[in-house]
Design a binder for this molecule. Sequence first.
Ligand code: ADP
Ligand code: ZN
Length: 701
Amino acid sequence: MNLSEGTTGSNLDLFGASPDASQEYWKVAVPAGMLQALTYSVPLSIARDERFRRGQGVIVPLGKRKLQGVLLDRTERDEKIKTKDIIAIDEDRPCLPEPFVQWLEWLARYYVWPIGHVAEMSFPLLDKAKNARQKERKSKHAPIAPELELTRPPELTAEQAKVIGDIQASSGFNAHLVHGVTGSGKTEIYMRLLEKVVQNGQQGIVLVPEISLTPQLIERFTRRLGNAVAVIHSHLTPRERTNQWWAMIEGKKQVLIGARSALFCPLPNLGMIVIDEEHESSFKQDEKLKYNARDAAVMLAKFSKCPVVLGSATPSLETWHNAKSGRYKYHELKLRVADRSMPTIEVIDLREERDVRKQTGENDLPFWMSQTLFTAVKETLEKNQQSALFLNRRGVAQAVVCPACGYVPECPNCAVKLTLHGKSHLLCHYCDYHESMKERCTQCPDGEPKPIGLGTEMIENDLVRLFPQARVARMDRDEIASREDLERMIKDVENREVDILVGTQMIAKGLDFPGLTLVGMVMADVAFNLPDFRASERSFQLLTQVSGRSGRHLDEGAGRVIIQTYNPEHPSIQFTCAHDFEGFAKFELSFREMLGYPPFWRLASFRIQGLDFEKVTSTAKRLRTRAQALQARSPNFASIEILGPAQAPLAKLRNNHRWQLLVKGPDPAALVAFCRHLSENQDWVPAAVKVVVDIDAVHML
Ligand code: ADP
Ligand code: ZN
């Protein structure tokens, strides 16, 4: 027996194994701020548990805390660090499906964000046991997905039938762009596709912008798909969210409708993702994990080997470019349903209007309202139809100014002018700082501050005066503080209790009001004058979407749209009037290509911010030096362009000074790697300064 002992001994030496040769080491995604996963050792009892595999939740120690993490891969022991044991399998969390785990890893890598924090987004706030223990409370809002009588689907239009047939003809992963004019029946297409997904025993996700997630929309889906529908949005209580989440995980519901975070529900059997209004910039999350839900959805579908459907009347140029280059399949709907016409669009040149008034001396209309718009509102009222007037600016006046010395009150915390609300309330739209307007200027002896510019509140006031018999309502962030407010307002408009609706872009977002036949853009210029390379695109989208609210249900004649502007020749207006998306896209893309902007090149922005201006400035400059040094070290990064640093357009926000450094390049992988390198080691950044990277940045202010 000496021999066998000797053999065993030499084997041990050969493989260099220690007495704990059977010890396993695993990477765990732990929500604690490190970019990488941590390595833990696994006690045998846990390693042998049949639930122990990639994607399973586990409880691990970190310092003195116990945290919930997600198991990733088996790994080698790292001699340099003393590993701790995994404490237990997490009984509260289901195992995440493999494609979903791959997707989480992609998100963490691509958006340069800690894998543990990314994984954490996949779980509801309350754990299962705690949720079950909590007493059922009566919810204060309407049922989440109400039980309603099912309605018979309409006969599909030829265009709808073709799109559905074409999408269903392909299997596995495919990205589809459904480009359909406003009112062409895209939602009907989504519902038919999802019906099929459910029939096949699979599940689907429908992402819509938070603001479109109205009872109106949910009702449309529940009237067709019945109790297969679950809904997740940010206004649910943690308990409601948790219940909806489990209903999907346990397969009690099949179709999840939600804002961008619904994507993080780890469905066991994902068969399709739909993203409505895919062009919406609200799909991009601004803080923490700066993901774009549209792009992330395409990746999730890819890992899950299922189709993803992106729908819009005004696709983002990124998606349009993908469709034109053949990466996405393109489907078009050129006509509104039931032979309804597209609205007619008139452009009013406010400069001419101003000159005419000067000459004739006629002055009874407010400066923002042209004679044409006034007459149109009057006629619409007489026909008992509804009008909506739109301006992308809240308040009574954009600012107040002292005519004697030119002083304009600004927010002490942000580099923005204070907006006038009501009679004398000066408000910062970024941090909610407010003060009351003084009758006398604080900076000079004899000035009396006067309001300048325009806001929705002033429009409302003027309308009440001009049309005393009309019922006027305002829909903006001042009036609509909560989801309940929004729902009530929508009901009022639907029930014809409102004749004229005044609003900011809120009313542009997908609402479908049968009685609405006149849309007025009070001053279209507000959108395209922003310092952002996407300003033109946004402006075109906004104008087209707002126009699309008009006359959606008119079986005779067409809805009317009146665009007032000081720049009638601006391309975003010209192409909107011609209902020419393709022309606009071509025009705009030629600039983007020339300047090396998305969708041709990728762009990322580093934001450098902090309370101390000097420190922020010097950190921004050092970041540039580091970026240049990094570029010099690797030929991989040769094609990357470094722009700035420069102060952000909003140079100060809530007392934080803000700088940005932009980097862009033709090779996405190289750009992301570059940003990763630059972000990884932040030992050089002063404690009071934050440097964060935003890959595929959307919000540039
Ligand atoms: P989109 O999302 O393309 O703007 P919607 O899906 O909201 O358009 O459809 C506009 C209106 O037309 C809705 O009231 C919808 O119920 C109706 N509709 C959709 N498809 C049909 C159809 N095939 N026949 C009749 N009405 C339809
Ligand atoms: Zn402020």
